[in-house]
Design a protein around this ligand. Structure first.
Ligand code: AP5
Ligand code: MG
Ligand code: ZN
Length: 215
């Protein structure tokens, strides 16, 4: 089962991916998380990526694609993959399609989580993320049981550098210009399911689960 989660920044891709990965035993590949961990390590990849991420712009193709393909090597041992934040350009979608074809497989379903823009800004500026396992929380909508502590692993919560109003605005613009065409691309292939992301986390999860079970 190969699933792509599409949606603007703050749509809930990471939140849903975590729930779906557990339910369907999928490997969760989140390019944003991979890049942030490279930034934290201060690796050459991280240093380069940081310049773009802090501005809310996309990290140039090559770097991201390489990181994803390294993860894909693990594919043979697992029942499926959930891509979160990838592909984000038509170029990346084409790379992915070719790589999967070489392995004799292809995307089963792309899920687009739709949320109005005003809601996205509120979600992102109030988000807190676990330093250890990258789980997402929200100051109002999705609080951890203990303040600033991850429910899942006990890690410390922090605010992402790119969750400031200025960078969020740029990320939303980048989504419209570069990633919206990817949504259309999967729609034209007949692989897209659109879900209403402007509702409770559990209800978004039910809609996505229904789409995957129907497949
Ligand atoms: P990335 O980390 O992928 O960020 P993003 O796409 O902007 O998406 P987010 O992680 O911000 O949002 P999300 O949809 O995961 O929402 P979440 O579940 O956390 O990418 C960051 C950067 O890395 C990019 O800007 C780019 O520079 C680079 N990058 C990454 N991938 C790349 C690629 N392929 N190519 C090039 N560059 C790349 O939820 C958000 C908040 O809302 C949380 O607080 C959560 O608790 C809350 N929430 C979730 N669901 C609900 C709900 N239903 N109701 C109320 N609150 C909710
Ligand atoms: Mg995310
Ligand atoms: Zn954690």
């Amino acid at each position: 089962m190969l699933i792509i989660l599409l949606g603007p920044p703050g749509a809930g891709k990471g939140t849903q991916a975590e729930l779906l990965a557990a339910k369907y035993q999928l490997l969760h590949i989140a390019t944003g998380d991979i890049l942030r961990s490279a930034v934290n390590k201060g690796s050459p990849l991280g240093k380069k990526a940081r310049e773009f991420m802090d501005k809310g712009q996309l990290v140039p193709g090559e770097i991201v694609v390489q990181a994803v393909f390294e993860k894909l090597e693990e594919l043979s041992d697992i029942p499926g993959v959930l891509f979160d934040g990838f592909p984000r350009t038509l170029e990346q979608a084409n790379y992915l399609e070719r790589a999967l074809k070489q392995r004799g497989t292809g995307i089963d379903r792309a899920i687009y989580i739709e949320v109005p823009e005003e809601e996205l800004v509120t979600r992102l500026t109030g988000r807190r993320v676990c330093r250890e396992c990258a789980s997402s929380y929200h100051l109002k909508f999705n609080q951890p049981k203990v303040r600033n502590v991850c429910d899942r692993c006990g890690g410390e919560l922090f605010q992402r550098d790119d969750d400031t109003l200025k960078t969020v605005t740029e990320r939303l613009e980048v989504f419209k210009q570069q990633t919206a065409p990817v949504v259309d691309y999967y729609r034209e292939l007949g692989l897209l399911t659109v879900v209403n992301g402007n509702t409770e986390i559990s209800q978004v999860f039910n809609q996505i689960s229904a789409a995957l079970d129907q497949r």
